[in-house]
Unconditional design. Structure first.
Length: 198
């Protein structure tokens, strides 16, 4: 009797065809061009991870999280994600959660976490408040450090120590925002360049 893993492997070979199946097993991934987004390339690896790279991006920075409702063999997940990219990309884009290191994705994750417990409007206010607190903590901590150094203020030194941890989180959020803005600008320039006639 054939095991579920063996059936999944056979199904994956049937879905991909021999050439792509061998490429996936040999290289460990497949690069699949988007039919909906000009210049976008999806990368599907043999573990089932799916990410994409838009024009102007230096790597596959965004991962798409799409999960089956029940536990299935890994090769079935690879086949499912392959078919979503190649046969139903619109559905993929509607259902998958994009995950990337960036300000928007961190804010979205925070909002999503609150939204599981509270109404949407309250969740938005709570997420905005938390993010604002961390960003302001970074500014307060910078001021307190400068004040403690230049004015030898013990109170400013205590304030610095009080806000050092939230300030570090604020710096991470700020770095994520700058990174995301730079990536969006590079992507916008690359897309614009592909549309302009040479």
């Amino acid at each position: 009797m054939e095991s579920p893993a063996a059936r999944a492997d056979r199904l994956l070979r049937d879905v991909l065809g021999d050439a792509q199946y061998q490429r996936l097993r040999g290289a460990g991934y497949l690069d699949l061009p988007s039919s909906r987004r000009p210049g976008r390339v999806y990368r599907l690896d043999s573990l089932g991870n799916l990410s994409y790279c838009d024009p102007g991006e230096s790597g596959f920075n965004t991962t798409l999280c799409v999960q089956p409702e029940e536990t299935i063999p890994r090769d079935d997940q690879v086949a499912m994600r392959y078919l979503l990219v190649t046969a139903d990309e619109e559905r993929l884009l509607k259902t998958a959660n994009p995950i990337a290191f960036g300000f928007v994705s961190l804010a979205r994750a925070l909002y999503h976490d609150f939204a599981q417990r509270y109404p949407r409007s309250l969740s938005a206010v709570m997420a905005t408040t938390v993010i604002t607190f961390f960003l302001l903590s970074a500014m307060v901590d910078g001021w307190a450090l400068a004040h403690a150094i230049f004015h030898r203020s013990l109170a400013a030194g205590a304030l610095f120590l009080l806000f050092v941890v939230p300030a570090l989180v604020g710096l991470v959020l700020a770095a994520a925002g700058v990174t995301e803005l730079a990536r969006a600008l590079r992507t916008w320039r690359a897309r614009r360049a592909t549309r302009e006639p040479v």
